[in-house]
Write a protein that binds this ligand. Sequence first.
Ligand SMILES: [Zn+2]
Length: 388
Amino acid sequence: MAADPILLTQHLLQCPSVTPTEAGTLAMVAEFLHHRGFSIEWLDANDVSNLYARLGSSSPHLCFVGHTDVVPPGDLSQWSVAPFKGEIQDGKLYGRGVVDMKGAIGAFLAAVDAYLSQHSLDKGSLSILLTTDEEGPSVDGVRYVVEQFKGRGEKIDACLVGEPTNTEKVGDTVKVGRRGSLNATITVHGKSGHVAYPHLARNPIAPLLNYLKSITAHPLDVGMTNFDPSSLETTSIDVENPTRNVIPSEATAKFNIRFNPTQTQGSLTQYLHTQAEESGLNQEGFAYTLQIQSSGDAFLCENQALQDLVCDAVLATTGLTPMLSTGGGTSDARFMKDICPVIEFGLVNATAHQIDEHIAVEEIHRLQASYRQIIQSFLRDFWDCSRN
Ligand SMILES: [Zn+2]
């Protein structure tokens, strides 16, 4: 009898795998895949577990990427069901991580089982890479594994990330890229003094406000196909001045930029410095410091063959033509994209990270059917990985 995606998901939900705890999740998946002929490799780093299971050794090679770690359940008294039980009520499966993304893992495992029960893998490779560090720092998880893969020349032709992508029903949205995200903190240094003698001080507040006005006065770009224009949002302005009669010596602002592939961390950093110079933050007794942290550049899957394959499989199994999106936050796709084309397709994201996270059982079955078709199209129809 073919493996049941709901039972598999319930088993995963019963493991309280809050980042970076493995809690038995990866061991369960490893055992499941080992029984189906996959070679099992552990690529652990520090307190993070990474499982890489592969069947076959030739191209084309399709790799499913996911994570079994979940965000904490929060206030337990607010849950109407226990978050780590995997209970079904009124046709809906509840539990922390069911949509992000244990349900997708259950669906993919069941799809692999269904495919292999009807076909032998005479050409190509199928692999699954799972980590316990996606919701956390994301340093020792897929990022680490990708470095190992680069070092040993592991060849992957396409990657499917199982993050929740749909808005209402499985099949409505496929993600073909992600925006980049950059956090910046700018501090303008002046000279403190008595408010009654401003000519003896250098008040940093006005130059800081001028700077913020200059970087928000014009759009950063016009956007591109599948991507909105990049956006800059100021998130705080701090002077931390407890007095009313002292001019502060420093003023700080923080902002975040969500950017499309027409920008990079480098181009934006240069722009922010140029605007600082033009706003006079380095003149007449002022100075500034600018700190930048980026959680990854933007990317777009430009492999049309992979996009078509996934969209055709989704249409054939769900009846929906998926919208191609690049919205939402970051995911491990940002690391995989360095070694192969990446596309993301999973469950409905409406309740991800929320109290009473849940999904209709039927949606997990729909996802399994789509995954099954993606595997079949990829391996049986000899997807030409040189096509681009
Ligand atoms: Zn996730």
